[in-house]
Design a protein around this ligand. Sequence first.
Ligand SMILES: O=C(O)C[C@H]1C=CC(=O)O1
Length: 98
Amino acid sequence: MLFLARMDVIFPESMDSATKADFQVREKEYSGNLQRQGIMKGIWRVVGEYANYSIFDVDGHDELHEILSGFPMFPYMDVKVTPLAKHPNATSDDFFAG
Ligand SMILES: O=C(O)C[C@H]1C=CC(=O)O1
């Protein structure tokens, strides 16, 4: 099942830059593992915002929740999830093949 997630990162103003940098390193590692496993199909930056759109291919809601809540930055993220179904006019089945 495919899901589109928008993640907005909101760090508290009081958080120092070393702590932010540490979150970014751990986030990159976690995110990279998901991408290498094919669970996270892609991630895009929202222009001008500390936010991204990502596509996840998972078995269901519980797995997605577990994955999202495992992001190191999860306590500082506002996450919105949209379930995706195949569009009848889509010319490619790529995302649905796996
Ligand atoms: O958008 C960000 O930079 C935050 C974050 C959430 C997932 C990820 O890989 O990075």
